[in-house]
Ligand binder design. Sequence first.
Ligand SMILES: [Zn+2]
Length: 221
Amino acid sequence: MPSSTVENYLKAIWFLQGRGEAAELVPIGQVAERISVTPGTATTMMNQLKKMGLVDYTPRRGVLLNEAGRKAALLVLRRHRLVETFLVEVMKLDWAEVHEDAEVLEHVISDRLLTRMDEMLNHPTHDPHGAPIPTADGEITADGTVVLADCPLGSYTLQRVREDQPSFLQWLAGLDLMPGTDLIITERNTEADTLTLELPGRPEPVQISLPAAQSLLVVMP
Ligand SMILES: [Zn+2]
């Protein structure tokens, strides 16, 4: 199994190359910034990843995961998202507080434990934050979501939320604004940088800032 450092690089490159979709080389500076290391450190790691057969790396131009690297990245994401689901569904932890633990556990959970968690959860397809869980074969389905902040007025279903800010998740839970919730954008105020939402069971409209709406992914119902 690759080291946790290698796995974190693979995950970072996967996100930076547009969740594995983009074909454009990712500059090493971006990788370094995402992992919080110097460009020199990241460059050294790129040579290692290339030797391990996980990336296509061109010095001074950038890096892309190859098929083996992509699968390895998706298996780390699978462990992360299954662990989060297990912590919430089975261990009854708050959805706002599981991401940090999953960042650690994703590197150490054995295949045997993971398989058992997946069985106990009845093979979930999404994690508590609404993100799709890659399959055991390292495949992931695009969920067709769009960022709420970019949407015109109308009806949507919240599908997925940004997972790494506990206070933001607690605030969403306080509004019952969880994955699966239907909502209507009734107004966009460009001066105040806010959206006004109608939420189920709330007589009063709710205003959210556009930056907050950047962290919410929706689908058309
Ligand atoms: Zn997470």
